[in-house]
Design a protein around this ligand. Structure first.
Ligand code: FES
Ligand code: FE2
Length: 449
């Protein structure tokens, strides 16, 4: 393979098209970014009971996450130390042990090799050697407020430092919204696949120029819906958010975005709210937009939060006004929508997006129903929003193969960033957060192993 000049591919405010299209660069990303960053594994509620397990991907690595009988959570490469078979083919379940389907080497939920058929076929000291023939643990696993992350290397910052204050705040807010102080992952997930590069999605989620243009249809449909339902009718969550796609650019500029260390970023919320001075937590309006439809039991939910945290803190928790928080390289979280999305890139031009919803413990069932309904409206194959995004990613992927022009332009707002205590801030329509993602990309990619 000819050497790749990483340095030359990401320049101030422009990115070379090969960054999205070249399979050799994709391989290097898997090694240097996904092989080094803290990556989202799942949530502790997926392994609540001893013996619970689930299978997932960390970059390209197949991983099993288990709850061992001592209560600890472990993560292993899903590969038999004997002759390499995938030990676990289930996506999740509960088991006291994993049995390899090929020759039945058997492992505990702590990965220890506990059984080998026809052991006398091995040398005399084999029993001792079995110690070293367990499932291979991944280099690091850690959790923050119940969200599990894994890393394929021992090197680098702790999880808490990797996330940093501003990202941790989003996880804190997610958990603090639960009246009983914990989350449960909801059954099922939505998986969408697009034939385009993974970075197009992390850029898109902080691209606040495209909503009124690309999502024009969603805006028009929302307007029609609102026209038909009358001015004083409460507005369903999806319509509330879809109509906001149509905000004028000046208002999108007011939705500030923040670029943080390690490529992370977040954007403020954009729901239409009064300034809140006369409103109390008891007012329905203190949740989404002023006219957003409350879910059944919303008032009781808010009272339960007050009970747990006190009125001032409960108000602060509900007023946490952010839309996407993007944890580089591949995680999106949105506490108010009770939503987590994870990207699993499988090739330079193929990406899976896995979307999950969480139940807030102690909140009424209707809160979860609202969150599921919104995820379905926004992130299912039938969505009138994500489908636009995925279509445009595929058109970009196709477009990048054409013509002589080498560079993608990311200059919007480049001369107007504001430096803050924890990073940089810019108008919503700036391309700051994307430039920040590419800076992180370059830093990872240029560090040789
Ligand atoms: S490959 Fe797993 S027991 Fe042989
Ligand atoms: Fe979009």
């Amino acid at each position: 393979m000819h050497a790749i000049d990483i340095q030359a591919l990401v320049q101030p405010a422009r990115v070379h098209r090969r960054v999205y299209t070249d399979p050799a660069i994709f391989d290097l990303e898997m090694e240097r970014i996904f092989g080094r960053a803290w990556l989202y594994l799942g949530h502790e509620s997926q392994v609540r009971q001893r013996g619970d397990f689930f299978a997932t991907l960390l970059g390209r690595e197949r991983v099993i996450v288990t709850r061992h009988s001592d209560g600890s959570i472990r993560a292993f490469h899903n590969r038999c130390p004997h002759r390499g078979a995938m030990v676990c083919s289930e996506r999740r379940g509960n088991t006291p042990r994993f049995v390899c389907p090929y020759h039945a080497w058997t492992f505990g939920t702590d990965g220890r090799l506990v059984g080998v058929p026809h052991r006398r076929g091995y040398e005399a000291g084999f029993k001792e050697r079995m110690e070293s023939l367990g499932l291979e643990p991944i280099a690091r696993i850690d959790s923050y407020r119940g969200f599990l992350f894994g890393s394929l290397t021992d090197e680098g910052p702790s999880l808490a430092d990797y996330l940093g204050d501003d990202v941790r705040m989003a996880f804190d807010n997610f958990v603090d919204r639960a009246p009983d102080g914990d989350l449960d992952i909801a059954e099922g997930k939505l998986v969408q696949v697009f034939n385009a590069n993974w970075k197009l999605q992390i850029e898109n989620s902080i691209d606040l120029v495209h909503p009124p243009i690309l999502h024009y249809n969603a805006v028009e449909v929302s307007k029609e819906f609102l026209g038909a339902s009358g001015p004083d009718e409460p507005v369903p969550t999806a319509v509330d958010i879809f109509r906001s796609n149509g905000l004028p650019f000046e208002e999108w500029d007011e939705v500030r975005q923040y670029a943080l260390a390690n490529g992370h970023c977040y954007m403020k919320g954009f729901l239409q709210k009064s300034d809140g001075e006369q409103l109390t937590i008891e007012d329905e309006a203190r949740f989404g937009s002023d006219d957003q439809m409350p879910f059944e039991g919303q008032l009781d939910y808010k009272r339960a939060l007050v009970e747990r945290h006190g009125a001032a803190r409960a108000e602060e928790i509900l007023a946490f006004d952010r839309h996407n928080t993007i944890v580089y390289p591949n995680l999106f979280i949105n506490p108010r929508l009770q939503q987590v999305r994870v990207l699993q890139p499988t090739a330079a031009d193929r990406t899976e997006q896995h979307c999950y919803v969480f139940a807030l413990r102690g909140a009424p069932a209707a809160a979860l129903h609202t969150a599921v309904a919104f995820l379905t409206a926004s992130n299912s194959p039938a969505s009138i929003v994500t489908t636009d995004d995925h279509e445009i990613f595929e058109r970009i992927q196709a477009g990048l193969e054409s013509g002589e022009r080498e560079w993608l332009d990311l200059t919007r707002g480049v001369d107007r960033d504001v430096v803050t205590a924890t990073g940089r801030e810019a108008a919503g329509t700036s391309e700051l957060a994307m430039r920040n993602q590419h800076d992180a990309w370059k830093t990872y990619m240029m560090e040789a192993a």
